[in-house]
Ligand binder design. Sequence first.
Ligand code: UGA
Length: 461
Amino acid sequence: MRVCVVGAGYVGLVTAAVLADGGHQVRVVETDRKRLAALRQGQAPFSEPDLDGILARNQAARRLDYAGTLQEEGEPFDVIIIAVGTPAGPDGHTDLAAFWQVAAALAALPPGERVVAVKSTVPVGTGDRLEAYLLDQAGHASWYVASNPEFLRQGSAVWDTLQANRLVIGTSEDKAAVALTALYSCLARPVLLMDRRSAELMKYAANAFLAMKISFSNEIANLCDLVGADISMVTLGLAMDPRIGGAFLGAGIGFGGSCLPKDLRSLAAAGRDLGYRMELVEATMKVNEHQRLLLAWRAERLLEGLMGKEVAVWGLTYKPGTDDVRGAPALDMLAYFVDSGARVRAYDPALQARQEVAGLFPAVRVVNDMYQAVDGAQALMVLTEWEAFVQADWHRILSLMACPVVLDGRNCLDSRVLEAAGFCYLGVGRGRPAPDVVSGRQEMTGMALLQAVAGVRSGGH
Ligand code: UGA
């Protein structure tokens, strides 16, 4: 089939690559000129496992090409997929500016039968509005608009697309259902047909539910710290109940990225507009906001203030396997440290992330080596569970740090190994006597805790 994908972000480019690989003739439309030029030279604008190879072989086979505008030469496209970004506006409502620009370009196409699949995450009812607009502007009576939400994750986008657990197609029109089912038949994945509004809402519900699981786990983890229980054991028990499931119960400094936070805000805003308060969604966001700074407050207590203190931060991206720092908890943490007068050295394995953070925080010293970051530090904050951090040489780190304090924001380190090496280790919900910022109660704080840790070296390096 002849397919046009508008928008070369994670969703658009990965979808285009996989569909071309499945034998379709795919055109990617990207209006950003720099991005377009790079794509034409075979460079993806972001790093994503396996993507470069698929793009290269399909470009070479002439099944995939790139254009700067939405135009048809000769035969019309059978399917046009809209995959442009729909970021959050200042009040939480979705910013649909890019989406409506695409709509205007669609309206300018000549008449003919086409299916428009909306992959961008858009508020419920946007598909209805697009269809009405196309009919109104250009009399495109034989255009069928379907919702076709995407569930891929950054860092495993190609795998998630090839192994999709469901392909949701939201339309009441047989022509659209038949065309999109045919389009995706190359993937041989389960197809779920539903009406357009349900499909649009399903996408938000999926991200909100995942976020809710994370916030729930974080809330229980905070209680673990108060009662001396271990969240990893609690979630292990939860996971063995198939009604609950173990995925997305990882406690830590909360969720970030460009999707979960914005989709929750958009859902809450949609509810508010209709006079309905989405209590669970709002509580999920509130828990997450608190969680993002929890570890910074703990470091502050432990070090008895942050002014002039040397803090090392490992992990700047919102999760491992990506170079994306959008919505990363690390950004909130860095802002807090800088505002509190700490001297911060930061490191991330992703060069792009280091460069972005250096631009965003001139007061933070971004370094190119993880051991350089901890040299002389009084506390090390681990904010992304990159494998390099898990496999770090802790004896070397112990010899470099001025104070052997490690705060593990992803519960990714082995507390026994660190404690045996002589570190004061604090995770989230690991049942340690943490300086308590959850309820205001204090158990063991500041230097008292440090002194309780074997091998502590106070003072300078
Ligand atoms: C998310 C969804 O998982 C995808 O299904 C969806 O398609 C995508 O948003 C989207 O709407 O485009 P993504 O943002 O790439 O994907 O990342 P996730 O793997 O979901 O992680 C999001 C955040 O949650 C990260 O900061 C991660 O560290 C955090 N997280 C995840 C936890 O704190 N605990 C967990 O157990 C899992």
